[in-house]
Design a protein around this ligand. Structure first.
Ligand code: NAD
Ligand code: DAU
Length: 350
């Protein structure tokens, strides 16, 4: 039996990861620690909430006493740290909470894990801390080349700077104390349960509600898209078989400009939902400050060392994703009636 402490499991990727591993393994127990910020949503966990091998705890990863209590009650084997403030635009407006959660929260988890796992001068066997990081720590690429694990760290936004700081703390616990760790750095995810402040669900939601689609700058920035389930399978492999101390980049060579994505979704919705959904919704707005031009992952290491490969092509994944949002309008409505609505008004003055 392996006990996981998954943090941020009520968010987009964390909730997909919990469902993925509960479906895959019988001999695991998951404690999901999530403070339920605007991005955390219990509806994302409906399919697992009554599972015998699953427990939800509402709380903050910065809360030392609470995290110690969890370690005292459960013999935690793996910490998988998804909990974060994750949206670049919010970090530009309010960096402080990004440092608190992404840096100080990670440090708190590291300290409690280190104390709980200590065994003499070393650590009990079978324990590991997995930090879910991002390709944004590498900064921005020109027209050619890819991010490799040894690409110098060069974050630009307060979000990516906070994730880089957390990565360096995690690395330091391996270098200094030999605490078992891995760091994963994935490209942009898409799929079910993504909060509609992020590009793909935002486009779908705005099309369905006849709202303008805000395109930052010229719309030619490039992101490397990965279907969320492929990210989950990669994390699972890193948890089980990743060599301690190693960083693994995760991505599936799926680079698209933002305009490619927008046009693709509009065309699908125009054909399949309503022929009034059209490119007229596209609205160019001011560019994001410090907007990274291009991300592109080189996934050779995780492919060669762990045998991971993505199963879902972009063509298949984007249709699955759009169809999921069409089939789960209530989920989107519940979110957009609340915090997102206010956020959208503030951001775009609409
Ligand atoms: P998300 O914003 O959807 O979810 C974050 C979750 O963390 C929410 O449930 C929120 O309630 C919780 N949380 C926030 N602060 C907390 C705190 N102090 N204590 C406990 N819980 C807290 O994020 P996501 O898109 O699912 O991303 C998850 C992780 O993956 C993040 O660390 C992010 O940096 C990383 N990542 C995301 C992507 C992507 O494309 N979304 C790509 C690569 C890496
Ligand atoms: O690369 C991994 C990262 O991907 C993760 O670490 C982040 O948590 C995640 O939010 C995501 O960051 P991005 O900034 O790339 O994602 P976002 O969906 O915010 O934006 C994608 C691109 O679309 C980016 O170039 C900005 C642009 N954009 C975004 C929004 C929300 C627009 O043009 N208009 C918009 O309204």
């Amino acid at each position: 039996m392996k006990n996981y402490l998954v943090t941020g499991g009520a968010g987009f990727i964390g909730s997909n990861f919990i469902a993925y591993i509960l479906n895959k393994y019988k001999d695991i127990y998951i404690i999901n620690l999530d403070s339920l910020t605007y991005a955390g949503n219990m509806e994302n966990l409906k399919s697992v909430e009554s599972h015998n091998n699953y427990k939800f705890i509402q709380g903050d990863i910065c809360d030392k006493g609470l995290v110690e209590d969890i370690f005292n009650e459960y013999d935690i084997d793996y910490v998988v740290n998804f909990a974060a403030e994750s949206h670049v635009d919010r970090s530009i407006k309010n960096p402080d909470v990004f440092v608190k959660t992404n840096v100080m929260g990670t440090l708190n988890l590291l300290n409690v894990s280190k104390n709980a796992w200590a065994d003499g001068e070393g650590f009990k066997s079978g324990k590991k801390f997995i930090q879910i990081s991002t390709d944004e720590v590498y900064g921005s690429l020109g027209d050619t080349g890819f991010f490799k694990e040894d690409t110098p760290l060069d974050p630009h936004s307060p979000y990516s700077a906070s994730k880089t700081s957390a990565d360096l703390m995690v690395k330091s616990y391996f270098d200094t104390y030999k605490m078992p760790i891995n760091i994963t750095r994935c490209s942009n995810n898409y799929g079910p349960y993504q909060f509609p402040e992020k590009l793909i669900p935002l486009i779908i939601n705005n099309c369905l509600n006849n709202k303008p689609i805000p395109v930052y700058g010229d719309g030619l920035n490039v992101r490397d898209w990965l279907y969320v389930e492929d990210h989950c399978s990669a994390i699972d492999m890193v948890v089980r078989r990743g060599i301690s101390g190693e960083v693994y980049n995760i991505g599936g060579h799926n680079e698209k400009t933002n305009m490619d994505i927008i046009n693709n979704i509009i065309e699908y919705l125009n054909k399949n939902v309503d022929d009034l959904i059209s490119k007229n919704l596209i609205t160019y707005v001011d560019d994001r400050k410090g907007h990274d031009k291009r991300y592109g992952i080189d996934p050779t290491k995780i492919k060669e060392e762990l045998g991971w490969y993505p199963k879902t092509s972009f063509e298949e994944g984007i249709i699955k994703t759009i169809d999921w949002y069409l089939g789960n309008k209530q989920w989107m409505d519940n979110i957009t009636m609340g915090s997102y609505q206010e956020y959208y008004k503030k951001m775009y003055n609409k």
